[in-house]
Design a protein. Structure first.
Length: 319
């Protein structure tokens, strides 16, 4: 394990050229926003930089990648990952670079596996976007074009600054980014106040079919493949669905269980009442943050629900 500071990461990146940036599977606003901002900043410094293609980004995030994806057969000198905590989260397009060796990982997850030659980690930050912002500040004023994806990174990973991971530092970073002149109203409306009809149908069905435990403190929503068909929903309609149940009054721990095609279930756990989500998911081979974590379980929806409830109770029993 070779950990370096933000200042050292900034020096490394400024001294390198021909840089490929990796994002994680099922990309969210943090990994996409970090990659886009870092790529633009490196290009501002005169570097050749690209983002690894085939990110799997939905329509919510593809606009930030325009003109930044690596061309076919691009051979970088250096490879950097952003917001990737585990080897299992590296995309298929990024796998060859894992075998070649990732030079630098920039991350904020306490479950970081230290797979890179050097790692810049601050698990106390709400979003990896905060780290990228501080790196960019060491290269001069952050431009509006860099600030927009960084604001997306920070705001989406904090639920528009409503999640418990939000800190005073998060707000200071957001304020500094806003001062570049971006239209935060349009960004917030697009990412947090606009829902497709299919997404509304998914939410309706989840409320109807969710299971409540411990007098409503725990809410579990199985999301079957048939439910998605019934709602007419696609992956793009499921963005951040894990946070939905936590909006219900009295819910302290919410779990969504997504059925997959190969007898597996993907689970997302969100907490607000003190339960450590990382410890819960770690029992099932996953990881994440104290308030938001995930894992994958073999078996049916019913088997996955039993497994996560057992894990929750085990963590609760040990304080």
């Amino acid at each position: 394990m070779n950990r370096i500071t933000l200042e050292e990461a900034a020096v490394r990146l400024r001294s390198w050229d021909d840089i490929l940036i990796l994002t994680h599977r099922r990309p969210d606003g943090d990994t996409i926003g970090c990659a886009a901002a870092l790529c633009r900043a490196l290009r501002r410094l005169g570097k050749t930089a690209h983002i690894c293609p085939e990110t799997g980004a939905t329509h919510l995030f593809t606009p930030y990648l325009e003109g930044l994806l690596a061309p076919v057969d691009y051979q970088p000198q250096k490879v950097v990952s952003v917001d990737i905590a585990a080897v299992s989260l590296i995309t298929d397009a990024g796998r060859p670079w894992l075998e070649r060796g990732i030079d630098l990982a920039i991350d904020h997850h306490p479950s970081q596996e230290f797979f890179a030659a050097e790692t810049c980690l601050d698990a106390g930050r709400a979003a990896c976007g905060e780290l990228i912002y501080e790196i960019l500040c060491q290269w001069g004023p952050v431009t509006r074009e860099e600030a927009i994806p960084l604001y997306v990174a920070v705001s989406t990973d904090t639920g528009c600054f409503q999640y418990s991971n939000t800190t005073a530092s998060t707000h200071r970073v957001a304020a500094a980014l806003m001062e570049t002149g971006m239209d935060t109203f349009a960004l917030n409306k697009f990412h947090f106040r606009t829902k497709s009809w299919a997404r509304l149908q998914v939410e309706r069905l989840l409320v109807e079919r969710m299971h409540r435990y411990e007098n409503g403190k725990i809410a579990v929503a199985p999301v079957s493949l048939s439910l998605l068909d019934e709602a007419g929903a696609t992956e793009e309609d499921m963005e951040d669905i894990a946070a939905f149940l936590g909006q219900i009054e009295g819910v302290e721990t919410s779990v969504t269980i997504r059925e997959k095609q190969d007898n597996r279930c993907k689970l997302s756990v969100r907490t607000s009442g003190g339960l450590n989500a990382t410890r819960v998911c770690a029992l099932l081979g996953g990881g994440g943050h104290a308030a938001a974590a995930g894992c994958t379980v073999e078996g049916s929806l019913e088997e996955a629900e039993k497994a996560i409830l057992d894990a929750i109770r085990q963590v609760e029993a040990h304080g």
